[in-house]
Design a protein around this ligand. Structure first.
Ligand SMILES: Nc1ncnc2c1ncn2[C@@H]1O[C@H](COP(=O)(O)OP(=O)(O)OP(=O)(O)O)[C@@H](O)[C@H]1O
Ligand SMILES: [Mg+2]
Length: 659
């Protein structure tokens, strides 16, 4: 059965649309007379079965570095076939002037109709061969180019999935986008048309050179001897001049895209702080940089193109002068001179073409170099070759003497020791920038410690397979990310096979059900990019529902309730009590009401564990936590009074709206 525009083609009886019309129902589906045609079209569409993805966290061993040669190598047979067709095409094109010469010398000048007829027939056959070869070459070459691009896109994207978080902190998203857009496009141009055309033109040159020598050796030697050395020297200069030029173009377009993507992502802040004008100026500056780089390469190309053309004209003048003199002298027939002149014109067409193509080639090479650099970037967090699959865990989390820095020399954590028993819970509190989120990230191995070890059930995280580790973790990061999908799909993110009832239950537990009930499309409501159509608190509830639905052995919550009003927070906390039953949890919380529900509390200050113990122990100890607690108590009393004074139903809007 086939789906077309929401209607089952196969299920539609021939008279269904008339029946609908007769019944006064609106028209739906495909008109009867078009069903067969539609089915034909669908039949001719290529089938794309669900792709089977083989993903490994380690880059495949022995993959050759990306170069044009290694890119083409696996498709050697097809490449050779395309080249063979190109040879046929080039030979067929160049048969024209030769046949003209035979036609003039043997046919016209001798008055032989038979010869003329044969020559015309051969000419016709050659044209047919040319058309056939050209069509086959374009189709084959095009398909090969598309396949190569498909492979490359998937390869680069897979590598993006493999790279560690550190890479994404240091590389701008826009720059990475440019690798996938402008760089891959430059390469597509080269592979789709450029390379084939280069072969065509190169071959044409070779064939014509051969024919020129066949026609008249001294004249050919004179022409080629003048033109070729000058062209070679010119091309070498061009290559050197454009290599840096095109690299600069690639770098600058990346900067343009990076600036663009940042401006789009930050449009709210830009608007709020009246930065639109300055943003335009900033973008103008980067676009100018790109323009300059392009102007430079265009200038170099213009010199090359003009010089190449000039050489051609000089060559033609030489041929007409010397060739004409030879013809008058009787050492060259008129037909030969005509063919020579025609071939020489044809000799310069490929040279001019090669100039343009060489340009495309240089751009493609620069793009390949950029993509190669990216593909050679190794993930920081690597899966060991002998990594073992982690079985179902009990959930003991241990940090032993962990020191960590995001950048060399900027220590963020120093000598952190933690031990959360299976099923236990630990809260992490402490001042902003103290290292709380960093601890949460190390627990899921987003990063590896510089010193010490992070273990789960006493197994070092560095020795286990990443997927077997992470699928036992539920993480609600400090800034939860929602995808441009429906609310339901976002909740199902960790467990796409969860039933509707389970999704509904997860929503109910975190208190997202009232929001979903109020939406006309319920769970099918789209979230928009990054969940920008939801409030910050709603995004957090959604991320919590997502983590709860995953039913992980270990839950890591980083400020998961920081944007909720007190009532929603209380509901989530009650839900947490139920969800955490038998699970290990690490809860980073600024709000002490949340923190104190855990079995133990660790105060992280300046990258170190300042204190650790139960709520009562820490209050009794009279240290940092005790001070935080008494400040919070005083504050919470004020907050509760304010909450009581609010009109009913205003809870949800209490969540702070981020810009
Ligand atoms: N990706 C990163 N690259 C470099 N430095 C980072 C990175 N992430 C965090 N830091 C630095 O590490 C330190 C600890 O950051 P972390 O996010 O762990 O703090 P936190 O305790 O969670 O703070 P908050 O309460 O504000 O969430 C900070 O000084 C921060 O500037
Ligand atoms: Mg944090």
């Amino acid at each position: 059965m086939v789906f077309v525009g929401g209607a089952y083609v196969g299920a539609q009886s021939p008279s269904s649309s008339q029946a609908n019309a007769a019944a006064g129902l609106p028209f739906s589906g495909i008109p009867d007379e078009m069903i067969d045609r539609a089915a034909d079209i669908l039949d001719s569409e290529p089938e794309h079965p669900e792709p089977e993805v083989e993903f490994q966290h380690r880059p495949p061993p022995g993959a050759p570095p990306l170069r044009l040669r290694t890119l083409l190598a696996p498709h050697r047979a097809r490449v050779l076939l395309v080249v063979a067709l190109v040879v046929v095409e080039a030979l067929a094109t160049q048969a024209g002037p030769l046949l003209t010469q035979i036609g003039i010398d043997q046919g016209v000048l001798r008055g032989s109709f038979a010869t003329l007829g044969i020559v015309a027939a051969v000419f016709f056959a050659v044209v047919l061969i040319h058309i056939g070869a050209s069509r086959a070459r374009t189709a084959l070459g095009g398909r090969l180019g598309e396949r190569l691009m498909y492979g490359l896109r998937v390869r680069v994207f897979t590598h993006f999935q493999r790279l560690s978080l550190n890479f994404y902190t240091s590389e701008r998203a826009g720059v990475l986008m440019s690798r996938m857009t402008s760089d891959i496009e430059a390469l597509t141009m080269l592979l789709q048309e450029g390379l084939v055309m280069m072969v065509v033109q190169g071959l044409t040159l070779a064939v014509i050179t051969g024919v020129l020598f066949y026609l008249h050796v001294p004249l050919a030697a004179l022409t080629v001897g003048v033109i070729v050395p000058i062209t070679v020297v010119l091309s070498l200069w061009f290559r050197r001049a454009t290599e840096t030029g095109y690299n600069r173009v690639r770098d600058r377009i990346a900067v343009v895209l990076a600036d663009l993507s940042e401006s789009l992502a930050g449009i709210r802040t830009i608007t709020a702080y009246n930065r639109r004008r300055r943003n335009i100026a900033q973008h103008q500056a980067v676009v100018t940089g790109h323009e300059d780089a392009n102007v430079y390469t265009t200038r170099v190309s213009s010199v090359y193109a003009a010089a190449a053309e000039g050489i051609g004209i000089v060559g033609q003048a030489v041929v007409i002068g010397v060739g004409g003199w030879l013809a008058i002298d009787g050492r060259l027939t008129i037909g030969e001179l005509t063919a020579f002149a025609l071939y020489l014109t044809a000799f310069f067409a490929p040279i001019a073409q090669l100039v343009v193509l060489y340009n495309a080639y240089q751009q493609g090479q620069s793009a390949t170099a950029k993509l190669r650099e990216l593909l050679e970037e190794a993930p920081d967090v690597r899966e060991a070759t002998d990594a073992v699959a982690l079985g179902p865990i009990e959930g003991r989390i241990t940090f032993e003497g962990v020191s960590f820095s995001y950048r060399p020399g900027e220590q963020v954590l120093t000598g952190v020791d933690l031990d959360v028993p299976p099923g236990g819970s630990l809260s992490i509190v402490g001042p902003t920038g103290g290292g709380k989120s960093t601890i949460a990230k190390l627990a899921v191995r987003f990063y590896d410690p510089d010193v010490g070890s992070v273990r789960i059930d006493d197994v070092d995280l560095r020795t286990v397979q990443l997927e077997s580790l992470r699928h036992q973790f539920g993480v609600v990061p400090q800034e939860p990310f929602l995808f441009n999908r429906t609310i339901g799909e976002n909740i199902r993110f960790a467990r796409p096979d969860a039933s509707d009832d389970e999704v509904a239950e997860a929503c109910r537990v975190v208190g997202l059900d009232s929001l979903i009930d109020s939406l006309p499309d319920g769970l099918d409501t789209p979230c928009h990019e990054r969940g920008s159509s939801l409030s910050a608190g709603e995004r957090q509830l959604l991320a919590l529902a997502r983590a709860f639905l995953a039913r992980p052995r270990v839950l890591i919550l980083d400020e998961a309730t920081s944007n909720l009003d007190l009532r929603s927070e209380a509901q989530v906390e009650r839900a947490l009590d139920a969800v955490l039953e038998g699970r290990t949890a690490v809860i980073v919380a600024h709000r002490l009401a949340t923190a104190m529900r855990a079995d133990r509390i660790a105060v992280v200050d300046n990258g170190q564990i300042a204190e650790i113990g139960s709520h009562d122990e820490l209050v009794a100890a009279g240290g940092l936590y005790a001070a935080m607690y008494s400040a919070w108590e005083a504050h919470a009393a004020g907050d509760a009074a304010a909450q009581d004074a609010r009109p009913a139903g205003s809870e949800r809007t209490g969540a702070s709206d981020d810009l």
